[in-house]
Ligand binder design. Structure first.
Ligand SMILES: Cc1cc2nc3c(=O)[nH]c(=O)nc-3n(C[C@H](O)[C@H](O)[C@H](O)COP(=O)(O)OP(=O)(O)OC[C@H]3O[C@@H](n4cnc5c(N)ncnc54)[C@H](O)[C@@H]3O)c2cc1C
Length: 577
C-alpha cells in the first residue's frame, strides 16, 4: 500500500514536471532580444523591406545627454533637458518617448549622473503611415511572439504606450482629415443611419489638428486639455471634455471606425457592421482589440463661450471650516452643472506659504455673465452667511466667440510633464456628493495633491442610453471625475512606495464613500485592486468575451487593460501567468 502510494505520487510529480517542461518549451514569455525566438537581423531586414523601410531602431531620447549613447550630443542636451519637462510636443514627436518617466523605469533620463539604457523602451518601431504597414507590424509581432506596443502621442498616464522589448507601431505620421456635410457608414447587418456634419481623421491627427479643421466650418469636437493628445487613446478610454457635458463623451460621438484587428485584417466597425468590436472600441481601452486607423465623429456647432474663474480664499485659516465650506460648495455643483455649466474645480488646503482656496474654472455656452452669476450666487451667499468674514469670493469673467477660441488660447498648463506620476480617480454622482459624511471621507482621503474635480459629465453624458458603448456605466450618473495625483523623484523607490501608498489611501477612502463609483480608465491608478471592475463595471464580462474572440492569442497586451489576465510583466519581460 505504502509502495503504491509512493509510486502514484512519483507519477504525479513526473507528470507535473513534464507539463512544466513542455510549458517552458512553448511560448511562456514573449520573445526578447537574445532569446531563441527573437528574429535574426536578416529577418528584421526582410521585415523592414516589407514595410517599405519604415522600421526604426530609435535610441532612448534622453541618450542625447549621455556620452556613449549613439544619439549623444552635448550641444543639444540643454534643449532636451528643457523640453523634457515643458513640451508635450517633444514627447509626441519622438518615436518612443512617453510623457511620464516611471513607465520607462526611469531608464534614460536626460540628466548627468543618471543611468541610461534603452531597456525601458521598445526595441523596434514601425513609423506607420499606411494601413499595410500596420497590418505587417501586427502580423510580424504575432508570428514571432513579440510584444506589441502602440503609440500615438505617448501621453498616457498609465504608461500603456511604451513597452520594453517590444515592436512598436508609431502612428504620429498617419494623418488625413476630412469634413462631411452628411455621412452614412457602410453597414452589413443593417442599414446605417445617415448622420449630419461629421469629421473623419486618422490615428496620428491630434486634437489641435482635428479641432482646427472642424473650426474652419464653425464646428466643435470633444477635445482634451492639451492639443497634443490624440483620439486613439482618448476615445478608447471614453474621452471627456468641457463639451461633453453638453454633447456626450468622445466615445459616444464616434459613428464609424477603420481598424486592423489582431489577425491582421482591415475591418470597418460601426452600428451596423462588426457591432461588438465597435462597442468595445468605444470605451474598452486602446491597444486591446486592434489598431484604429481612422474614425468618424459627429460635429456640433461651436458656440459663444463664457469663462468664469470663480472661487473663494480662506481669510481666517481654519482647517475645519475650510473643508466644511469647500465640501458644501461641492455638494451644490450638480445643480449648477444641470443648468448648463461645466468646469474644472479644485479644493486646495493651503500650507504655511499658501492660502487655502476652493473654486472652479466654469465654462458656459450661450449663457450671459448675469445668468452664470445667478447660478453661483446661492453658493456664495450660503458660505458668507455660515462663516461670516471668513471667505472672500472672486469671479473673473471672459467672453469668447467660441469654445475653440477659448481652448486655443488656454492649453493645459498645470499637468506636469516628464515626471514620475500616478493618478487616482473616482466618478462621483449625486448620491456620493449628498453623503452627509462627505467631508470626513475627503479628509480621510488626505488627498496628497489636493482634490481635482473635473465636472465634465453633465446632461450630455447622462442622457445617453446605458450600453451605448463600453465606457464605465458610472459615467452616466457622474458629475465629478474626482482625481488626485502623486509624484516622486526618479529612481527614489522609498519615496515612490510612500506616494503610491498615499494614493492608495485616497482611492480607498473614495471607494468607501462610493463603492460602486467607477474610475476613468485614462486617468486612474493602474495598481488599484479590481481595476477591471472599477474601470468597466458590468461591461467587463462582455468586453472580455469580445477580447477573447478577436484576440485569442493575446497579440495585444497592455497594463490594466481588458483581457490582460493571462500575462504579467516580469522585470522587462512579458510572461504568461
Ligand atoms: C496634458 C493632458 C491632458 C489631458 N486631458 C484630457 C481630457 O481633457 N480628457 C480626457 O478624457 N483625457 C485627457 N487626457 C488623458 C488622455 O485621454 C490619455 O492620455 C490618452 O491615453 C491619450 O491618448 P493618445 O492616443 O494621445 O496617447 P498614447 O499614449 O499614444 O496612447 C494611449 C493608449 O491608447 C493606445 N492607442 C493610441 N492610439 C491608438 C490607436 N489608433 N488604435 C489603438 N490603440 C491606440 C495606446 O497603445 C495606449 O494604450 C489628458 C492627458 C494629458 C497628458
Amino acid at each position: 500500500m505504502r509502495v503504491e502510494m509512493s509510486w502514484s505520487i512519483m507519477q504525479w510529480i513526473l507528470a507535473a514536471m513534464s507539463a512544466g517542461f513542455v510549458g517552458r518549451a512553448q511560448a511562456v514569455c514573449k520573445a526578447v532580444p537574445g532569446s531563441s525566438g527573437w528574429p535574426t537581423p536578416a529577418e528584421w531586414a526582410t521585415f523592414n523591406q516589407s514595410v517599405s523601410g519604415a522600421l526604426l531602431q530609435p535610441p532612448p531620447p534622453g541618450g542625447v545627454c549621455h556620452p556613449g549613447e549613439p544619439n549623444y550630443n552635448a550641444a543639444e542636451c540643454p534643449a532636451v533637458v528643457t523640453a523634457w519637462k515643458t513640451s508635450w510636443t517633444f514627447h509626441e514627436d519622438d518615436p518612443i518617448s512617453n510623457a511620464f518617466n516611471n513607465w520607462n523605469n526611469d531608464s534614460c533620463l536626460p540628466y548627468a549622473g543618471y543611468p541610461c539604457s534603452g531597456e525601458g523602451y521598445p526595441v523596434y518601431v514601425v513609423n506607420a503611415t499606411t494601413a499595410e504597414q500596420v497590418q505587417a507590424a501586427i502580423n510580424f509581432a504575432r508570428e514571432n511572439n513579440i510584444r506589441l506596443n502602440v503609440k500615438a502621442s505617448g501621453h498616457d498616464f498609465l504608461g500603456r504606450s511604451v513597452a520594453p522589448n517590444s515592436l512598436s507601431i508609431w502612428l504620429h505620421y498617419m494623418n488625413g482629415i476630412q469634413l462631411h456635410d452628411s455621412y452614412k457608414p457602410d453597414g452589413d447587418v443593417c442599414e446605417c443611419e445617415t448622420y449630419g456634419p461629421t469629421i473623419t481623421f486618422s490615428a496620428g491627427d491630434n486634437h489641435g489638428a482635428v479641432y482646427a479643421a472642424a473650426n474652419t466650418i464653425g464646428m466643435a469636437v470633444p477635445v482634451a486639455g492639451a492639443p497634443t493628445v490624440c483620439y486613439g487613446g482618448y476615445v478608447t478610454g471614453g474621452g471627456h471634455s468641457i463639451l461633453g457635458a453638453r454633447y456626450g463623451l468622445a466615445a459616444d460621438l464616434v459613428v464609424d471606425m477603420t481598424v486592423v484587428t489582431p489577425d491582421g485584417k482591415i475591418v470597418t466597425a460601426n452600428a451596423c457592421k462588426n457591432q461588438d468590436l465597435f462597442w468595445a472600441l468605444r470605451g474598452g481601452g486602446g491597444a486591446t482589440f486592434g489598431v484604429i486607423l481612422n474614425m468618424t465623429m459627429l460635429l456640433h456647432p461651436d458656440e459663444p463661450t463664457t469663462e468664469v474663474i470663480w472661487g473663494a480664499v480662506d481669510l481666517l485659516p481654519n482647517a475645519t471650516n475650510f473643508w466644511d465650506a469647500a465640501i458644501y460648495a461641492f455638494t451644490q455643483y450638480p445643480d449648477v452643472i444641470d443648468q448648463g455649466l461645466a468646469g474644472y474645480g479644485s479644493i486646495f488646503p493651503g500650507n504655511a506659504n499658501t492660502s487655502s482656496v476652493f473654486g472652479v474654472l466654469w465654462l458656459g455656452f450661450n449663457l450671459t455673465s448675469a445668468q452664470i452669476a445667478e447660478m453661483l450666487e446661492p453658493i456664495e451667499e450660503y458660505v458668507k452667511q455660515t462663516w461670516p468674514g471668513e471667505f472672500a469670493f472672486s469671479s473673473n469673467i471672459t467672453n469668447w466667440s467660441s469654445f475653440y477660441a477659448y481652448w486655443n488660447a488656454n492649453p493645459d498648463r498645470s499637468t506636469p510633464i516628464g515626471v514620475d506620476i500616478v493618478v487616482g480617480s473616482r466618478l462621483l454622482g449625486r448620491e456620493a456628493l449628498s453623503n452627509p459624511s462627505l467631508k470626513e471621507y475627503f479628509m480621510a482621503a488626505g488627498p496628497p495633491g489636493g482634490v481635482n474635480q473635473d465636472m465634465i459629465a453633465g446632461p450630455g453624458v447622462h442622457n445617453k442610453p446605458l450600453g451605448l458603448d463600453s465606457v464605465s456605466p458610472a459615467w452616466r450618473t457622474a458629475y465629478s471625475h474626482t482625481t488626485t495625483g502623486v509624484g516622486w523623484l526618479p529612481l527614489n523607490e522609498a519615496q515612490e512606495q510612500e506616494m503610491l501608498s498615499n494614493l492608495n489611501g485616497y482611492v480607498e477612502a473614495l471607494t468607501a464613500l462610493a463603492p460602486d463609483a467607477g474610475a476613468y480608465v485614462n486617468e486612474a491608478d493602474p495598481f488599484q485592486a479590481n481595476y477591471h471592475e472599477v474601470f468597466w463595471g458590468e461591461n467587463y464580462p462582455r468586453l472580455l468575451a469580445i477580447k477573447r474572440a478577436i484576440d485569442p492569442d493575446d497579440v495585444f497586451w497592455c497594463r490594466a487593460c481588458v483581457g490582460n489576465e493571462r500575462w504579467q510583466e516580469v522585470g522587462n519581460e512579458l510572461c504568461q501567468v
